[in-house]
Design a protein around this ligand. Structure first.
Ligand code: DOR
Length: 444
């Protein structure tokens, strides 16, 4: 692995931005501001650019094994490299589901053979697999519960089963929070729904709030670390603001920050997601919750389906949209528009997810940390086009959007995986390591 000096970038260090040099070797950050005389194999002149820790996306669906016509671990990881995402944590609703240790080991083996960036995999909970979730020796960020059903058939909504998972396991838990009873009642009331806009009436504000409240109550009572995935409503934000600290963290996704029900007329099923997109007031509340600290993380819930699948009429059209290759650019563009600062982008997309999931040596530009880095050009303006997407699904709900602020080079464990618009498909990432004794986001 070459010894590389990245010179003159404005580096987003834990203590703040500083224009300096970063020396990387053997996959790690060897020194910040090394002596001018240091001998290197490659010098990267990064003047005018910003160096960020690589993005850690703690919620993606890469469909491998079993649904690889939509995405696979190779194509999903290529999209990550292009988007400045150096580590992803992937969800268990594949085929087979990742609900056993054997399935987890199989997924890790597939990833080792074809992932360009670093990876980790959640274990999925079922009503009957608590034994599989205990005393795990393979690396995993934690346990995923679908408290509301979504793509696939993973669902745990009975109280007794949820109590057991929270009481008898020790790995951190995250959940998809939409109340199944409410969703079913709304579905019946609306005769199943007939337009894509009905999706937000079926998976409504109440459904999200009830499930989030229920899960947070379980977490606090059982003193179990818990992360609320893809928060979508102002009501949940208010509730989370009262419950921040100790056990609970939460995340927002770009589609819930940037899209709302007004977008159904233009985009139809392309913005059909679970949880559903909500209103402009909910968009604003999510931003406020990020700023106020009730939500700590931005992740994508990258959930690719083919356009052919998406073109089906509601309710046959599947829920989910691809986002991983544009998430950093979308949030950098938000910073460009004054919605947040660059330091907050790093906080929400790099540092916080590393802390929530106890990922070892990632999420910061610091000596001894892994050389997972992304160089961004805050002046670069480009338009997202379906034809340029590397996700196997081949489209983006942001097709036609012009953004300012883009990743221009990505390093994974010290190796360049994306540069000048090209991805090194032969690079291989590594399994992320998790030290759950660190105690999560609130421990430091
Ligand atoms: O809309 C969604 N689709 N939400 C999820 O949580 C799952 C995802 C999928 O896997 O398609």
């Amino acid at each position: 692995m070459p010894r590389t000096l990245i010179r003159n970038a404005t580096c987003l260090l834990p203590e703040g931005p500083r224009r300096t040099d970063v020396l990387i070797e053997n996959g790690a950050i060897l020194a910040i501001d090394p002596p001018r005389t240091v001998q290197v194999d490659e010098t990267v002149d990064a003047g005018g650019l910003h160096l960020l820790p690589g993005v850690i996306d703690d919620q993606v669906h890469f469909r491998d094994p079993g649904l690889t016509h939509k995405e696979d671990l190779h194509t999903g990881s290529l999209a990550c490299a292009k988007g400045g995402v150096t580590t992803f944590l992937e969800m268990p609703n594949t085929k087979p589901t990742t609900t056993t240790r054997v399935a987890l080991a199989d997924k890790l083996a597939i990833a080792a053979s074809k992932c360009v960036v670093n990876y980790g995999f959640y274990l999925g909970a079922t009503p009957h697999n608590v034994a599989e979730l205990q005393g795990l020796d393979a690396p995993s960020p934690g346990i995923k519960i679908f408290i509301g059903s979504s793509t696939g058939d993973l669902l745990v909504d009975e109280q007794a089963a949820l109590e057991r998972i929270f009481a008898e396991t020790s790995l951190p838990i995250c959940a998809h929070c939409e109340d199944e009873t409410t969703v079913r009642a709304n579905t019946a009331r609306l005769g199943g729904g007939s337009t894509h806009a009905d999706h937000s009436l079926i998976r409504d504000h109440q459904a999200a709030l009830i499930a989030t409240q229920r899960a947070v109550e379980l977490a606090e009572r059982h003193k179990h670390r818990f992360h609320v995935l893809h928060v979508s409503t102002a009501d949940e934000c208010r509730f989370l603001a009262q419950h921040r600290g100790a056990y609970v963290t939460a995340e927002a996704c770009p589609h819930h920050l940037f899209f709302n029900v007004d977008d159904y007329a233009r985009l139809g099923s392309l913005v059909q997601m679970n949880p559903s997109i909500k209103t402009a007031a909910d968009n604003a509340a999510l931003w406020e919750a990020l700023h106020g600290g009730a939500i700590q993380v931005i992740a994508t819930d990258h959930a690719p389906h083919t356009l052919e699948e998406k073109r089906q009429p509601y309710p046959k059209s599947p829920s989910g949209l691809p986002a991983v290759e544009n998430s950093l650019a979308l949030v950098l563009d938000a910073a460009h528009r004054g919605l947040c600062t660059l330091e907050q982008v790093v906080q929400w997309m790099c540092d916080a997810p590393a802390r929530v999931w106890d990922i070892v040596n990632k999420g910061r530009i610091a000596e001894g940390y892994d050389a997972d880095l992304v160089l961004v050009d805050l002046q670069k303006t480009a338009t997202i086009r379906n034809e340029d997407q590397v996700t196997k699904s081949g489209w983006s709900p942001w097709h036609g959007a012009t953004l300012t602020g883009w990743p221009v080079r990505t390093w994974v464990m010290g190796r360049t995986v994306f540069q000048d618009g090209k991805i090194d498909a032969n690079a291989r990432g590594q399994a992320a390591r998790f030290d759950h004794n660190r105690g999560g986001y609130w421990a430091e």
